[in-house]
Ligand binder design. Structure first.
Ligand code: GLN
Length: 570
């Protein structure tokens, strides 16, 4: 029997090329609908055959997003969470891999009672079932279909959406096509033809867009608007211009200026239950676009020679968490990406770090650049530069302290040196077995884990300051296999390293979640990825503390150099 739901859907499909901001458009639409008073969720369909994004290379596909419930999924879900200020579970990312695996598993288990298992209806029914499960309990759901109209692998999903529309009624659906209007340099004219083709391709699946969001470098002019209008049989007010903007957080404002929210509600036969108030959002966007001051931060990572686009994309959430923290402090954060290997071959390069107000060592895997990262941590520790370590960043900060403060020469993580005398970072026995059996997919320590904070620590103060009430336990998201080795914790603490938060496993093992150095202006690291829980208007406390420390470092340095008479006015 078919499960009944009463959710209404906004389906966002893409045309022309990928990577033009379909995720940002979907997140913005979700945010707008939420502001009109509707209980809204978002669903991402990824037509690739991978079961999830956990085994995809970040430099090719972008960051792997981690959900509260431990999913390793597409980074668009991160965009949705940042716009919506809500947690979105892993079931909201539907891939071809999941759909086919489930249908084949069911066939093997004899679930289809001797029937021929076919693309239609078995694959499409499975898709519909997953959409319904993700949308259940929500008044509205935005479904973003990955890829672009015309992709072979999109076909089952578009078919399933059409079938669901037939089941629930056309009044339950609004279709949005996000296209791109290129301006080829040699003709210097905005072209609508690719958009016309995208409309036609979507039409082959029985889907005619109700709205077209036109992404472009420049605003859409009346002539092109008219052309699209005629080709899509749409009134002019349904063609929405979305030219490039300096901050993605400007997108909901841009769409609302063209009254997209009210128009979507009309299409879905809904009346608003709340009048949106964009004042606070507007103010934060203003801070992002015109900050009163700027700080300069170095992110020292492992970068493949893949162009600057890919490298920053694999650390998207860190950039956003810095933006969120900066928006509260009316401070812009300028990021410089430094390849850690640079510090291995050229020791003088470390002196470049002097010019930054803060240093971040992000998450990572394997041995590339590890010694360079450790050298940078020594520099931050001994020069009083604000430092934030995330996941691998905490592990390497612990190794740095063990080697250089505790005298444990050659201390390391067994991820890099399996035979080290001082395995400061190691895997727990269960993980050892998984690694031996080559079970890599979905087997790390994933998702939200509880950490008990050490009373009176800096980390404790940061979380408390943010929530403005007593906080002793926090939940941050994880994605790692290795841990601080419990055998070394006492020795490290005796020399002055404070572990300011821990998690207790069901077998009683204590896992270190946060560390800090009390004498340093700001030296904080966490085994988690707090960047996954930062949202505009609700920054993560560790990032907020770090950016605030960077602003202080900047004013202290300016003050010191003024004192020293370095500034000469003529
Ligand atoms: N490589 C480390 C581990 O697996 C850290 C992972 C990370 O930074 N996400 O534990």
């Amino acid at each position: 029997m078919k499960e009944k739901i009463n959710t209404r859907f906004v389906v966002v499909a893409g045309g022309v090329i990928s990577g033009v901001g379909k995720g940002v458009a979907s997140g913005s639409i979700g945010k707008i609908l939420k502001e009109y008073g509707f209980n809204t969720t978002l669903i991402k369909i990824d037509p690739y055959m991978n079961y999830d994004a956990g085994t995809l290379r970040p430099t090719e596909h972008g960051e792997v997003w981690v959900t509260e419930d431990g999913g390793e999924i597409d980074q668009d879900l991160g965009t949705y969470e940042r716009f919506m200020d809500m947690s979105i579970p892993k079931k909201n990312n539907i891939t071809s891999g999941q759909v086919y695996k489930r249908v084949i598993d069911r066939e093997r288990a004899g679930d289809y009672l001797g029937k021929t298992v076919q693309f239609i209806p078995h694959i499409t029914d499975e898709i519909i079932d997953r959409i319904k499960k993700a949308a259940e309990g929500y008044e509205l759901a935005v479904i973003e279909i990955g890829g672009t109209a015309g992709d072979y692998e999109n076909v089952p999903f578009l078919f399933a959406i059409k079938a669901l529309e037939r089941e629930l009624g056309a009044d339950h659906f609004a279709h949005v096509l996000v296209t791109y209007l290129p301006v080829p340099a040699h003709i210097d004219e905005m072209k609508t033809k690719p958009t016309q083709q995208a409309i036609r391709l979507l039409g082959e699946h029985g889907i005619l867009p109700d709205f077209i969001v036109c992404r472009s470098q420049f605003p859409l002019d009346e002539i092109r608007k008219k052309k699209i209008e005629e080709f899509a049989h749409l009134p002019a007010d349904r063609i929405i211009a979305a030219p490039d903007i300096s901050s993605v957080y400007h997108m909901p404002l841009e769409l609302e200026q063209q009254k997209l929210g009210a128009k979507l509600l009309k299409e879905l036969h809904l009346s608003a239950t709340h009048t949106p108030d964009w004042t606070a959002w507007n103010e934060r966007v203003h801070h992002i676009e015109n900050p009163a001051q700027k700080v300069s931060v170095a992110i020292i990572g492992k970068y493949l020679a893949n162009g600057s686009f890919s490298m920053t994309d694999s650390y998207t959430s860190i950039c956003h968490a810095l933006i969120h923290a900066g928006a509260e402090l009316n401070t812009g954060v300028d990021i410089t990406w430094i390849d850690a290997e640079r510090f291995e071959t050229n020791l003088d390069a470390l002196e470049e770090l002097k010019s930054f107000n803060g240093i971040i060592i992000p998450g990572g895997f394997g041995n590339t650049g590890v010694e360079g990262k450790i050298k940078a941590i020594t520099y931050a520790r001994t020069h009083g530069i604000p430092f934030m370590g995330l996941c691998y960043g905490l592990q390497l900060a612990t190794i740095e302290f063990a080697r250089n403060v505790c005298g444990m020469e050659g201390a390391h993580t067994t991820e890099v040196d399996a035979d080290t005398l001082y395995p400061i970072i190691d895997v727990l026995p269960l993980q050892k077995e998984l690694l031996k059996a080559h079970q890599y997919g979905g087997t790390m320590r994933l998702g939200a884990y509880e950490a008990t904070l050490t009373s009176g620590s800096r980390v404790h103060a940061l979380y408390q300051q943010q929530s403005q009430e007593e906080v002793s336990v926090v939940y941050e998201r994880h994605r790692h296999r290795y841990e601080v080795n419990p055998e070394f914790v006492d020795q490290l603490q005796a020399k002055g390293l404070t572990f300011s938060g821990h998690h207790v496993r069901s077998d009683g093992t204590k896992l270190m979640e946060f560390l800090e150095l009390s004498e340093h202006p700001f030296f904080v690291a966490t085994q988690a990825h707090p960047e996954f829980k930062s949202r505009l208007g609700n920054p993560n406390p560790i990032f907020a503390g770090f950016v605030s420390a960077c602003t202080k470092q900047k004013s202290d340095v300016a003050f010191a150099s003024k004192d020293a008479g370095i500034h000469i006015s003529v």
